[in-house]
Structures are given as C-alpha cells and as structure tokens.
Design a protein. Structure first.
Length: 608
C-alpha cells in the first residue's frame, strides 16, 4: 500500500520521482504527488487519480530542483482527493512529508496541535507528522524528527524535506517497508526496490525504528536513541527486466507464464542427490519430533496456500496444523508454547498483519519459520528460519506465481519433516520428490493448452455469480480460484466444500449459474461427480478441472473440461490452480478491467 520515492543528487528530481512511482503502481493507489525543494522553497504538485493525471499537471508547470519526495496514496484516513493526497506540508511551509502506514494516536496529537494554534487542511493522519516536526524544530531537523517519532504510535515509513536543510532528506521506518538506494553523487529512498532499480543496485535495508539522513554523498543510519548504526550493502542481482512486462499485455499473465520457472527456482536448489536440503535451517530432528502443533499464519492468497499446507503437513508429517488468518490470530490470545512451530507466509515479507501475528507467536515462545519471496524483508529478518521462494518480482496486484511457489516450499517442509520423523518409506518419498520435480513441466503443458480456458471465459464473462466447489485439497484450492475471480473481475464468487452444497448453498443454484469444479482427489472423485450432478440438475453450467485420464468421463456431465496432466493427488494443487488463474485473467480482460491494478486493492498490505 502507498508508494514512497525520494531522490537527492545532481539531476532533475521530477522525472526520477515519476519513474519510480510508476514502478510502484502495482502497490495500489488512488492519488499521487511530489514535493521538490527548489530555490529555498518547496514546490508541491498532487492530484487524485492515476499518475497520468499528475503528469498532466506537471506538464503545465516548470519545476526544477535536484531533491524531492514522491508518493502514491491508498486512502485510509479521508477520501481520495487532491487535498488528502501526499505530500503534506507544515503550517509554515518549511517541511514536506510523505508517509506510508497509520499513525494510531493522530487524533490526540491533532487535538494537541490545534490547541497550539495549528490548522489542518486534510483529513489524513499524516498531516500531524508535518506539523509536529515544525513544532519540535529548533534548528536541528534530525532532532525534530527524533522527537516526533518518539511521540507517534503506529506504523510508518516517512520521507521528510526541509527548506532549512536543502542538502538532505530524512527518512524513517517502523513496520512499513523502506529501503535506501546508493548511487554515485546521488541517493534514493523507496518503498520497494523496483522503484529505483533503473538507477542503482546497491541497497541499504532499514530496520524498524531507524532514521536515515540522506545527502547526495552519503547515508547515515541512526536508531531512535541517536546511535549511529552500521549496515551492509545488499546488491540486487536480479535482472531489471524481471520487473517489466517484457512484451506481455499485463504483468499478471506474464507472471502466470513465469510459474514453471519460479516453481523450479523454489525446488531445484533444495533437492540434491534425491534429498531435500533446506538452506540454513536450524530446526533440528529433535524439535520436529517434539513439535506438538504447527500454526500457519497468512492473509489472502498466502492464507489459501496455508490451507493446502495444513492438509499436506498433516498427511505427510502427522503434526496437527491450524491455519489462521493473521489479522484474527493476533487478537484472540492464541494458545502457543515453545513446542509449537509457527509458519508465516507472505509474498512481500512486509504484510503488517502477518508480521504482527508472527511477533505475537514469538512472544508466546513459538519457533517461527517464514516462507517469503522478498529477500531482507521484515518477516524474513525477524523469523527464526526462512525459506525464500525465489519467485522473482511479482508486480500484478493479484498474486499468482507467489501461490505456486509458496505451495512448493510447503511441500518441501512437509516432506522433509515426514522423512525426518521416519514416516515415509523410500518409495513414497522418492515418488513425491519425482512428482514435485515434474510440476514445472506440468504447468507448462497447462499454459500451452490455455485456448479452451480463454474460450470458456469468453462465453461466461458476464456471469453474475460463480461458485467454486471441491473436496479435500480441491476445496482448499477452490478458495484461491474464487478469490482470483473476485479480485480482478469484480464478479461475486464463493468457494464451498462439495459436501456442504446440500446443507444450504444449493438453494442459490439456478438456471445459468456458473459452477467451477476441481476433481483431482481420486478418493473423492465419485463424490464430486455426484455434486456436479446435483448442480446440473438445478440448471448450473459447469466447468470442470480434471486429469487427462478422467477427461472423457467428466465430459459426460460437465459443460467444459479443462485438463491437467495426471499427477499424484497430493501434488495436484500446485498445477490445478493455474487454470483457475487463467480463467480469472481472461474474464477480467474481456470485461475491460484494469487487470494489474484492480479497484480498491493494494499489492503490499502494510496497514491494519
């Protein structure tokens, strides 16, 4: 959510800020703005809407200046409009602030500042930061920012300009991502690496409650006690083209087509000589043997991967698993002890609900394992152990390859734990490993035969309501299929366990209702055939996802059958999700929606 970019150097700051903000559009936003320090004053331009609106405004003004901050806002306090857009200015016009996160005690601070004669122009929580810095400023910007940060509560990533300090940007973070980019005679701040990857590959990753003083020549990091901190430079080695569309119409379809390579990148380095080798794992055999329960915590798509993870860990490692929504887990006083393991899933590694839930689990004594994509992210740094998915940048708001790779990592964990507990025979273990290593080719085959999915989508993109049904792992899979459709097509969709239809949901089935069924669980195949007959008898139109070997039988009752290669039922969800992603994508395209930036959504959810 929200995007921050800052630049200080010798070049015109405006085009660099706009370019960086474009790279952050995937995070979701409803307004944008920039502040440029120019000849002793701050030039401010901001507007509601897409960056194109801001660019149009900028085309009519002449803004110079080699130091500036920019922002894309996802509204939390106050409606999206020009006034509530960032940056926000102090009363005296000497300070400009951009902010990602939520200041939880802003009302108390606002009341205090109003009592001191300050007037507020916006409805945002961020404006209090600008005024509070002015209130504390006595000639030392660093000191004013420190005093401000010691008074605000909540999450923040901040960028601050001051007319009294024309050679400096001050930035800070707590529970919201912020990185520093190091260049030659120029430096940067950004919410995410892709924003500045065109300019530098040398990155400093800020820790929580740290402040950085940025000039064109150096970056000095301090904690809130004013103590200088040392930080190793992280060099980004992935190709800048990985964050570009590369000829695809949308990032989402590009990332779906990257799934075979991404899954392979997750699996291959960790399967050596037919054994699973989990890099830098400190979880011992004794810990696994004595583990009483595993908690899987995540949000959205990652939560759905966790539901699949529950099935496979319990099946292969025979450890009880609870999968929970992170935003609920934190506040229900969960029962956790030092014989529990908490697995947290997050593509960005910055999901605030997941981060806070992980901290709660650690506080109660649980060991933590993070499965994340972004190296050096907050969750990765704070977890006891981490498995990186190595999926590469995921730009589209609707997550796709992150799901497949999170599942791949969970399968590795389940197989490793089951093997180390002595629960899997050599034959079983080798079969699962062999199946996992075939998954990239299986997904490639699905992608090569996508025309049937595209055709079915073209016939049903005007559906008013869609139901996804499945049993066992297929039910867990259906949750993600349903979410994908909702996210980008804006069609009402729900996922139900096939056996639950007769307990109420079937009342919603009528002539023309679209039902999508997955039939990858062999022991439940006949049961699902029965469920399809039930909805067909009420007039439903059915698209089924089935193994090639079962296609002919399923085609006798379903209106359309999308096939996937024959696979072990335990492994099938990694492959069977791809047709569901493609269906959601093609429906969205045919409805004319903005596929990569669906309304009201953000890629990295960094506010509660």
């Amino acid at each position: 959510m929200c995007g921050i970019v800052g630049y200080i150097g010798k070049e015109n700051a405006t085009p660099i800020l706009i370019d960086g903000l474009k790279k952050l559009e995937y995070r979701g936003y409803d307004s944008a703005g920039i502040a440029i320090l120019n000849n002793g004053s701050i030039d401010l331009v901001k507007s509601k809407g897409r960056l194109s609106v801001l660019e149009e405004k900028l085309s009519g003004v002449n803004i110079g200046g080699t130091i500036g901050i920019g922002h894309t806002r996802w509204a939390t306090h106050g409606e999206p409009n020009d006034v509530n857009s960032h940056p926000h200015m102090s009363r005296n016009g000497k300070f400009a602030v951009v902010h990602n996160g939520i200041i939880e005690n802003y009302l108390q601070i606002k009341e205090f500042l109003i009592g001191k004669g300050y007037e507020f122009r916006s409805e945002t929580d961020t404006e209090v930061v600008a005024h509070l810095i002015e209130y504390h400023y006595k000639g030392d910007l660093k000191e004013a920012v420190f005093k401000t940060l010691n008074e605000v509560e909540g999450a923040y990533a901040l960028g601050v300009l001051s007319t009294d300090n024309p050679d400096m940007i001050v930035a800070a973070k707590k529970d919201s991502p912020l990185v520093v980019g190091l260049g030659k005679d120029e430096n940067y701040i950004a919410s995410d690496i892709p924003a500045i990857l065109n300019y530098t590959r040398d990155i400093l990753i800020l820790e929580d409650k740290e402040v950085v003083l940025l000039t064109k020549d150096k970056a000095e990091i301090y904690n809130l006690l004013g103590e200088k901190q040392q930080r190793k430079v992280f060099h980004v080695d992935w190709d800048v083209s990985a964050a570009e569309k590369g000829g695809y119409e949308h990032f989402m379809i590009k990332e779906i087509f990257e799934e075979p390579a991404s899954v392979k990148a997750t699996l291959s380095p960790r399967i050596k000589d037919n054994e699973i080798v989990l890099d830098k794992f400190t979880i011992t055999d004794e810990m696994i043997k004595n583990c009483e329960k595993i908690h899987i915590i995540a949000c959205g798509t990652a939560y759905h991967a966790g539901v699949v993870g529950k099935y496979i860990i319990e099946k292969l490692a025979r450890i009880p698993v609870e999968t929970e929504v992170a935003s609920e887990f934190r506040y229900r006083d969960p029962i956790i002890n030092d014989k529990h393991l908490t697995i947290v899933l997050s593509q960005s590694g910055e999901t605030i609900d997941t981060l806070m839930a992980m901290r709660e689990a650690k506080r109660k004594g649980s060991r933590t394992l993070a499965i994340v994509n972004v190296v050096g992210s907050s969750i990765a740094r704070e977890a006891d152990d981490v498995l990186y998915t190595w999926a590469g940048p995921e730009i589209a708001v609707a997550s796709t390859k992150a799901y497949n790779t999170q599942l791949s990592a969970l399968y590795l964990v389940a197989l490793s734990f089951g093997r180390r507990k002595g629960l899997l025979s050599d034959e079983e273990y080798n079969n699962y490993l062999n199946q996992l290593q075939q998954v990239p080719d299986m997904i490639s085959k699905v992608l090569n035969e996508r025309e049937d999915i595209q055709k079915f989508a073209s016939e049903h993109f005007n559906a008013r309501s869609v139901f996804y049904i499945g049993r066992g792992l297929d039910y867990a899979l259906s949750m993600e299929g349903s979410l994908k459709l909702k996210e980008i097509s804006y069609i009402h969709s729900e996922a139900y366990a096939g056996g639950e239809l007769k307990h109420g949901t079937i009342a919603l089935i009528e002539d023309g209702t679209l039902v999508i069924c997955s039939l990858t669980q062999e022991q439940l195949f006949e049961k699902m055939i029965g469920n399809i007959r039930e909805v067909k008898a009420r007039g439903a139109v059915v698209m089924a996802i089935a193994y090639e070997k079962n296609a002919a039988e399923v085609a006798k009752i379903a209106d359309s059958v999308i096939t996937i290669p024959d696979a072990d039922p335990t492994i099938a969800p990694i492959v069977a999700v791809t047709p569901m992603q493609l269906f959601a994508y093609y429906v969205s395209v045919m409805k004319g929606n903005d596929v990569d930036k669906p309304r009201n959504l953000a890629k990295s959810v960094t506010v509660e």
